[in-house]
Design a protein around this ligand. Structure first.
Ligand code: HEM
Length: 416
């Protein structure tokens, strides 16, 4: 099966695919649900596209997150993992490790990154959201990626971590470099990661001497059976919180708004519900937007530690396995009317935040930001509409994430 040519297999990882990968995923789910392919980086990997197989693979302890299980050569060439992280010594974060280290670090971060800390952060997220909308509300037009979806998560995570306000624009620039260079030369990403690494190391050092209420201080303070995070572990943790919590949330807001603008009936229902002060449809709606066009297309790398079988297909030890969350979440075997956006959907165990021990630790924060962003925009700019031909919009189709590069909109100017 692995190397058998597949008649009519749609091209993967092209620009057309980035704009709408769902027909290709439907084809894979039906004809080649566990499929070995060559990625644009030249690495061969297995794509898992059916919901049941995906859920099982995400929880399979024989699939390691640690890149040492992959061929040394591909690993050294920097072809797996987050570009730039190796040079900057940030490898030991949650998405690259297995138990027992993962269990220890996850327990430590959970003590600092609590649901209560996130809930207490709600007024601040609301304030940030309003401030960003103020900056373009009187103009009558905006690019909602650059002016809204992009800065909101950066400022939010910086605030939560305890990055002083005067340094947050540096983070905005570094994050911008990381996103812009997603498919381009690696140098820019590596430089941005390195600067961020240097800054975080220094910040952690300063905070250790003067602990506050922020998340970095919480990480330094957290102890587990007398163990503390080393400064290196704390820096890697702060980095992965930033990295994992930033472009994902940009895309939740961007893809989510786009889906609403393309589905006026659903948008009208949500707008009316929010205007009545209800939260129910907004909450199920965020989950549905994660299922329908989630920010994370493929879960991050996993490697077979032993020969194993997924969906009846044998995978040799050492091979990378990529679980295609976006394909699993449109599997008609699990979701009725899988291609329909239904904000009121309640039977919705989507995999947009992953599954198993690596389930997204930032999900409560992402949901909070998503709710604030969508509800506030629809309330303050009620006649918001797309100001571009949908076919002309450009998508950023990195390997892991998928999102719009720009989202031009127009609306009746509002004084705020
Ligand atoms: C893990 C999605 C926002 C921090 C994950 C995983 C997914 C995911 C799919 C699992 C990856 C895998 O198993 O390979 C998302 C989406 C988000 C989002 C769709 C926004 C809509 C955030 C935020 C933060 C965050 C805001 C932090 C501030 C993390 C971390 C992990 C993770 C640290 C690794 C957890 C572990 O390995 O134990 N996320 N995420 N994420 N996410 Fe998120």
């Amino acid at each position: 099966m692995p190397d058998t040519p597949l008649p009519h297999r749609p091209d993967l990882f092209t620009w057309e695919f980035a704009a709408d990968p769902y027909p290709a995923y439907a084809w894979l789910r039906e004809h080649a649900p566990v499929h070995r392919t060559t990625l644009p980086s030249g690495v061969d990997a297995w794509l898992v596209t059916r919901y049941a197989d995906a859920r099982q693979a995400l929880a399979d302890a024989r699939l390691s997150k640690n890149p040492v299980h992959h061929s040394e050569q591909a690993h050294r060439a920097g072809r797996v993992g987050i570009p730039g992280e190796r040079q900057a010594d940030l490898m030991t974060h949650l998405l690259n490790i297995d138990p027992p280290d993962h269990t220890r670090l996850r327990r430590l971060v959970s003590k600092a990154f609590t649901p209560r800390r996130v809930a207490e952060f709600e007024p601040r997220v609301q304030e940030l959201t309003d401030r960003l909308i103020d900056s373009f509300a009187e103009r009558g037009s905006a690019d909602l990626i650059h002016e809204f979806a992009f800065p909101l998560p950066i400022y939010a995570i910086c605030d939560l971590l305890g990055v002083p306000a005067e340094d947050q624009d540096d983070f905005r620039d570094w994050a911008g470099m990381m996103i812009r260079h997603g498919r381009g030369p690696r140098g820019g990403v590596a430089r941005a990661v390195k600067r961020m690494r240097g800054y975080l190391a220094e910040l952690i050092h300063r905070k250790r001497a003067d602990l506050g209420d922020d998340l970095i201080s919480g990480l330094i303070r957290a102890s587990d059976h007398g163990e503390h995070l080393t400064e290196n572990e704390a820096a890697a943790m702060a980095f992965i919180l930033l990295f994992a919590g930033f472009e994902t949330t940009v895309n939740l807001i961007g893809n989510g708004l786009y889906a609403l603008l393309r589905n006026p009936g659903q948008r009208a229902l949500l707008q009316a519900s929010v205007a009545r002060g209800e939260s129910g449809l907004l909450e199920t709606g965020i989950e549905e937007l994660l299922r329908y066009d989630g920010p994370v297309e493929l879960a991050t790398w996993r490697f077979a530690t032993v020969p194993l079988t997924v969906g009846g297909v044998g995978i040799p030890a050492g091979d990378p396995v990529l679980v295609v969350l976006a394909a699993a979440d449109r599997d008609p075997a699990r979701f009725s009317d899988e291609n329909t956006l239904d904000l009121a959907r309640t039977d919705n165990p989507h995999l947009g935040f992953g599954h198993g021990i690596h389930y997204c630790i930032g999900a409560p924060l992402a949901r909070l930001e998503g709710r604030a962003a969508l509800a506030t925009l629809l309330t303050r700019l009620p006649d918001l509409e797309l100001a571009a031909d949908p076919d002309e919009l450009r998508w950023r189709g990195g390997l892991i994430m998928r999102g719009l590069r720009e989202l031009p909109v127009s609306f009746t100017p509002s004084g705020g």
